[in-house]
Design a protein around this ligand. Structure first.
Ligand SMILES: *Cc1c(COP(=O)(O)O)cnc(C)c1O
Length: 457
């Protein structure tokens, strides 16, 4: 049994080696035939068992051709992080150990590493000592955790115990956020029983930043949600002014900084996040800017008690100890041990390496935008952090240009909309991207631009 198990893993390692050596030559997005090939996976649940070797062969053969290649260096869609070798290797170990990170008693090693990550992430972001951290699947879930803590704490200040009495009879709390908040913020609010109509939306400027002077009067019933890194243009809200204002008013500030909060780790880009340390809670991802692989979301909260009491489950068989019990800070109980990978990445990079990674992504982004500008395709707003957007002539031409890029087999971007018009988004989020990858991609953008503009339509 063990021999066969080991041989299966060896075969998988061989496959991984082959994959890694080829990936920079792969198209960033599978072509038509590879996508059609997915049909070969079949429809029906197999009646009988088969060999694990056959399963892996099928998966590699059919599935392996239809992978989106974040590791090609030329995938610029959404905000998709690449994968550091140490993260990949540590994830293999984590899978080998198959740890459940719910409680210390279920995985002492995961708990210890999570403790270290909590301290290190807070330090990298310049947050107060003692900031509590939960590891979740991504920012979407991190937002639910943080905003639940915020909601309950704001209600508690009004003398209302939400976990005991429920939302139906609760006094009102206010939610204030910018028009360009990420869609997952609204989803999180909805899960928490707060509807769109209840939110006070503040107009944003041409970069997508909340306009500080248009923020309504804040008070101690208010949850103010700010953003570090707009998902389209990359911009950062004015934290300094708004966090001060919120503190004076006794409001709770949450910062959604899925990829942008990592700016705080670099001396060169820290000015973008100035003031974030005065917020109450934060959400970010290790699978974006940090290139720690999927999935790893991080939720942080200054108020450990409020955080744990909003999320903590109890039951006769759950024994919290004086050691770290990670499930206190998430909506989940059983969880993969994300701390193993996160710790490995931080241990390897160190403070200098994290800063270097952030700077590499930002410099590549600036280079990409400059080269495009030279070809007559300037970014709509100056590139910020690792993001920018472009468009051309009319909405139809922009859509056509995006289609050309996506079909090029050289680079891949996703679309978006900016102030009501379609744009092409460029996110340089992978450690694997090189200047050469960017040069090849710029050539494709340039071809696409010429092609859609030559027709005179
Ligand atoms: C990506 C992103 C999210 C959602 O994060 P997931 O990790 O995909 O759950 C939320 N907010 C911002 C600003 C993002 O960029």
């Amino acid at each position: 049994m063990d021999d066969r198990y080991i041989s299966l893993l060896e075969k998988t390692a061989d496959y991984a080696k082959g994959y890694i050596s080829k990936r920079s030559a792969m198209p960033p997005f599978p072509g038509k035939s590879a996508l059609e090939g997915l049909e070969k996976l079949g429809e029906d649940l197999p009646e009988c068992s088969c060999n694990p070797e056959d399963v892996l062969e099928k998966l590699c053969g059919i599935g392996g051709s239809a992978v989106a290649e974040y590791g090609s260096g030329r995938y610029f869609g959404f905000v998709s992080g690449g994968l550091l070798p140490v993260a990949h290797a540590a994830a293999w170990l984590a899978d080998t150990w198959n740890q459940n990170a719910a409680l210390y008693a279920m995985s002492p090693v995961a708990a210890k590493l999570e403790d270290l990550c909590e301290k290190w992430v807070a330090e990298l972001l310049g947050l107060e000592k003692g900031t509590a951290m939960g590891l979740v699947s991504g920012s979407a879930n991190a937002l639910i955790c943080a905003l639940a803590a915020a909601r309950n704490a704001l209600l508690k200040k009004q003398g209302y115990d939400l976990p005991e009495n429920g939302l139906r009879n609760a006094p009102l709390i206010r939610v204030v956020m910018g028009e360009d908040a990420h869609s997952t913020v609204s989803s999180a609010l909805s899960v928490l029983g707060i509807g769109k109509a209840e939110v006070e939306l503040v107009p944003t400027d041409e970069y997508g930043r909340i306009q500080a002077e248009l923020v309504p009067e804040l008070d101690s019933r208010t949850l103010l949600i700010l953003q570090a890194g707009n998902v389209t243009g990359g911009s950062f809200d004015p934290f300094q002014t708004l966090c001060d204002k919120a503190r004076d008013a006794g409001a709770w500030v949450h910062i959604d900084g899925a990829f942008g909060l990592w700016a705080a780790a670099s001396e060169k880009y820290r000015h973008l996040t100035a003031g974030i340390e005065k917020a109450d809670s934060w959400s970010l991802d290790a699978h974006k800017t940090l290139n720690a692989g999927y999935d790893c979301g991080i939720v942080l909260c200054r108020h450990q008690e409020a955080f744990a009491s909003a999320l903590q489950a109890s039951g006769s068989y759950i024994q919290y100890t004086e050691n770290r019990d990670g499930m206190r800070y998430t909506t989940e109980m059983s969880r993969r041990a994300r701390s193993i990978v996160l710790w490995a990445v931080l241990e390897q990079l160190g403070r200098e390496g994290v800063a270097g990674l952030v700077e590499q992504l930002c410099e590549n982004t600036a280079y990409f935008a400059e080269e495009l500008a030279k070809k007559g395709i300037p970014p709509l707003t100056p590139a910020c952090f690792n993001q920018f957007m472009v468009k051309t002539g009319t909405p139809e031409k922009t859509a056509e240009m995006l289609k050309y890029i996506q079909g090029s087999g050289v680079c891949w971007c996703s679309g978006g909309s900016w102030k009501g018009e379609p744009v092409i988004r460029v996110s340089v989020c992978s450690v694997q991207t090189t200047k050469k990858d960017i040069d090849r991609s710029v050539a494709v953008f340039s071809e696409a631009f010429a092609k859609v503009n030559e027709k005179g339509n």
